[in-house]
Write a protein that binds this ligand. Sequence first.
Ligand code: PLP
Length: 387
Amino acid sequence: MTRIYLDYAATTPVAPEVIEAMQPYFQAVSGNPSAIYAEGQQARQAVEGARAACARVINARSDEITFVSGGTEADNMALAGVCRASAKSHPHIITTAIEHHAVLETCHFLEKQGVAVTILQVDGQGFVDPVSVEKALRPDTVLVSVILANNEIGVIQDLAAISRITRPAGVYLHTDAVQAFGRIPVDVQALGVDLLSISAHKLYGPKGIGALYIRKGTRIAPLIWGGGQERGKRSGTENVPGIIGLGKAAELAAADLTAEASRLTLLRDRLIAGVLAGVPGSRLNGHPTRRLPNNANFSFDYVEGESVCLNLDLAGIAASPGSACSSTSTSPSHVLTALGLPPHQAFGSLRLSLGRGTGKAGIDRVMAVLPEVVSRLRAMSPVARQQ
Ligand SMILES: *Cc1c(COP(=O)(O)O)cnc(C)c1O
């Protein structure tokens, strides 16, 4: 039986075109981009080509793109780098309760270093109210960080509205666009952001490479020191094949974005309608339409998401309980808890995320398997029996 992969929000297979583009940079063009001889300069040219490609896709300038090791490092650098570069002795940052751990854990670390952190709550559908950002601003606020599209529930925030508050206040705005990049249009000018994180492996590129967009003039300190690569912002010999892969993946996603987004939206809505109709005691988490074209997140009363996933796995379907990053933890998802879900629903969550390999047959297979899995698990649940 062929497997059905529905965890594209966790990672994606590398596109064949991306592998092909990367191939020469392992051997044929293997010079160090900092070297002045031909082998080095060839690698340099390729890196700068990829930088220009990434910049084009988000409507930025090439010199505003800094290559880093992935989304996690980009988020760490945005938050810690801005705080370190700030002249304020105890800078204040504002973020939300539904951020990725790469943002939230960095905030926890910074708090121990004397940074003040305000964590904004979201409404029942997962939205941050721009007015709450305005109310949280203080004279010592240096940065607001709001995730563009949430990795668990796919909800897309109105960053432009938030930037209309941060910009006049002279406060930097960062967004984690790791899930959004390549799936919905991402334009740093339209969004009004100063910093934006991306990662290649969420859009059919290789793992271990990403970028931070840093608007020209933004004061930010490096996290990694050394040979001064990336204009002193991120030292270390460039991951040349990875960078080429990221550039190619970004180009491919941009070329195909509108068509793929409408194709996936249709499949997503078919899946949502089918699951809600077919599984009693199910609910969709997050806004029904202001969400990523490839994301569906459900809660099933009185069954554990992890058990649902294990049973789907046996039926040949790969899906995630809430978020891949929390699959080893025993506490319910912080995102679903922030939506106000009681524990019995927050524990019973399932994220199905679609991608290039998803077709109608796969979606229909999930809808055929899921009702039986949930009802079997519920029959075994002592809590459900008491209801
Ligand atoms: C995957 C992800 C990250 C982390 O990116 P890595 O490249 O895996 O470090 C950060 N933020 C979001 C929203 C993500 O989905």
